[in-house]
Design a protein around this ligand. Structure first.
Ligand code: FES
Length: 110
């Protein structure tokens, strides 16, 4: 797994939603109740930008059709039968890092 430092997004306890590009991916970064979550920014339903959505009760709400995804697991809401990819987040002294597994990492189960 490769860890990427998120440029220009300092750690904060305040809620926020923003989009960053790292490792060739668009990542939706969400600050919620003092935790930082990272999800693929592309909605699995029809491709909307999840970073333009809302955060409600630990879920990101897609701006297009209001599907919801759990911030921690990426699991879709009841009846959706889908999920969005989530990424590990590490808060370090020098900033926020997001871990992205390579294709080979995923194949080898790392
Ligand atoms: S595009 Fe996200 S719910 Fe339809």
């Amino acid at each position: 797994m490769k860890w990427y430092k998120i440029p220009g997004v300092p750690y904060t306890n305040e809620p926020f939603i923003t989009k960053v590009k790292i490792g060739g991916k668009s990542i939706c970064l969400v600050g919620f109740e003092g935790q930082i979550y990272a999800l693929l920014a592309i909605c699995p339903h029809a491709g909307a930008d999840l970073s333009e959505g809302l955060c409600v009760k630990g879920k990101i709400v897609c701006p297009y059709h209001r599907y919801t995804y759990n911030l921690e697991t990426g699991k879709g809401g009841e009846g959706q039968n889908d999920f969005v990819t989530t990424y590990l987040v590490d808060i370090r002294d020098d900033g926020i890092y997001v871990g992205i597994k390579s294709f080979w990492d995923r194949l080898s189960g790392k």
